[in-house]
Design a protein around this ligand. Structure first.
Ligand SMILES: [Zn+2]
Ligand SMILES: [Zn+2]
Length: 436
């Protein structure tokens, strides 16, 4: 095992210490440190950029580079690699990195648990968490918040409550003073886990016990949590009485909650208030939600008036990785025949619509990019491996319900990372429970 300065002091400084035995890569090392072109660059920071941009091919190149730089046992670099793969939807690669780490600290464990949760694999998250306890590692608050949200997905409420008790004790006795970020993490955990009472408890606790004034983000979590739980009036009251002006995210999560809980009249009220407050500015997602609610209520004229406000969206694009290649799909109009295997793709798209869609076969040239990517995946991804797609925009409701039924009809797991979250479709269900 190579000793490494960066590994011994997590979090490491932004520039990792390159070993002086580093091979003369990209121009050669000098006695003073890293090879000249790498000076001032940080592998973890580059990996973080890749994660943010979902740039998997570049991330893989950096992974190869980490071997050349002999950083394959550097804890900080490896944890960054793990997170990069998780952000790019490659959980198996992320866990492979984790399994090969010669030693792991709490941050690495938490990153692995978190990777499972972000990929909607709560079962894997819980078993990793148990492995972490067995290894003698003491979980910190963040690992527990991650676990809470995994438990909620699994419906493992008892384990969730035990973890909750642990957080409480941890905060009370460890002598660590929780700060705004601690509470933000706790509230987000409670929101995703549907633990409304616990959320309220922490929200009160931060003010009364620790004298921390909740900021916009804390209110945002609370409104989201109440809305998800169907406590729509309480959520609206919280938005209306918070000290700062609610932002478009808060109005957006209220509208989403109204859509999920099918409360059109409250949604109209919320929209009116939001517009009165000068929201949305430069964000048309609120109109998209309203127009889909009007469509569901069959109020065609109102739907049309919302549609006109949505305006032009950026072009939708989807990517799918098969083997070592990444294929891009977007609306091409009459240029569809330039796709690889266009003939087979077209037949597959029609077959998917007939078997799993609503029966009406649209012109495959107008299909949303994720549908084309899906058809390509069904043709090219071997065996029972999941079909993994990334998309630059939010997946629409039609595609979402098609994916659900394809996962059932074709007995195939489909994972889509859209611009908001992961969707894992299995046996006719999506891990987001239709909330996104
Ligand atoms: Zn769509
Ligand atoms: Zn979903």
């Amino acid at each position: 095992m190579l000793p490494s300065a960066a590994a011994s002091s997590y979090p490491a400084p932004t520039i990792p210490t390159y070993s002086s035995s580093c091979p003369p890569l990209l121009g050669g090392a000098d006695a003073a440190g890293p090879p000249a072109p790498l000076r001032g660059l940080s592998l973890p920071r580059l990996l973080k950029n890749c994660a943010g941009a979902v740039a998997l091919p570049q991330g893989r190149q950096l992974h190869a580079l980490s071997y050349k730089l002999r950083l394959s046992s550097d804890l900080y670099v490896q944890t960054s690699l793990l997170s990069m793969y998780a952000s790019c939807g490659q959980l198996d690669d992320a866990l492979r990195v984790f399994d090969r780490m010669p030693h792991r600290n709490i941050v690495a464990w938490t990153a692995a648990v978190d990777a499972c949760i972000r990929s909607d694999r709560p079962g894997a998250a819980v078993s990793l968490f148990l492995r972490m306890l067995e290894s003698g590692m003491r979980p910190d608050r963040f690992a527990i918040v991650s676990l809470l949200s995994a438990c909620a997905h699994l419906g493992a409420l008892d384990l969730g409550r035990a973890a909750h008790g642990y957080v409480e004790k941890d905060a009370e006795f460890s002598g660590v003073q929780p700060n705004e970020l601690t509470f933000l993490a706790l509230l987000c955990g409670c929101s995703h886990a549907g633990l409304v009472d616990e959320g309220r408890h922490y929200f009160d606790m931060m003010r009364t016990k620790y004298g921390i004034a909740p900021g916009v983000k804390h209110y945002s979590c609370m409104v989201d949590m109440l809305g998800r739980a169907g406590l729509l009036d309480e959520a609206l009251q919280m938005a209306l009485t918070m000290p700062a002006k609610p932002n478009h995210i808060i109005w957006g999560s209220l509208l989403s909650a109204c859509r999920i809980h099918k409360n059109l009249s409250l949604a109209e009220q919320v929209m009116e208030i939001a517009v009165g407050e000068g929201c949305p500015v430069g964000d048309t997602s609120h109109y998209v939600i309203m127009s889909s609610m009007y469509r569901e209520a069959e109020l065609v004229e109102k739907m049309a008036s919302m549609r006109t406000k949505v305006g032009r969206k950026p072009q939708g694009k989807s990517w799918i990785e098969v083997g070592s290649s990444v294929y891009e799909f977007g609306v091409r109009g009459n240029g569809g025949h330039s796709y690889p295997m266009w003939g087979e793709l077209r037949t597959m798209l029609e077959q998917v619509e007939e078997k799993a869609g609503d029966g009406k076969v649209e012109n495959p040239l107008d299909a949303h990019s994720e549908k084309t990517a899906l058809a390509f995946g069904l043709l090219k991804v071997r065996g029972s491996a999941p079909v993994r797609i990334s998309k630059n925009l939010r997946i629409c409701e039609d595609c979402h319900s098609l994916m659900k039924s394809v996962s059932r009809v074709y007995k195939r797991e489909i994972v889509i990372r859209d611009c908001t979250r992961f969707h894992r479709f299995t046996e006719g269900q999506c891990s987001c429970h239709d909330y996104w």
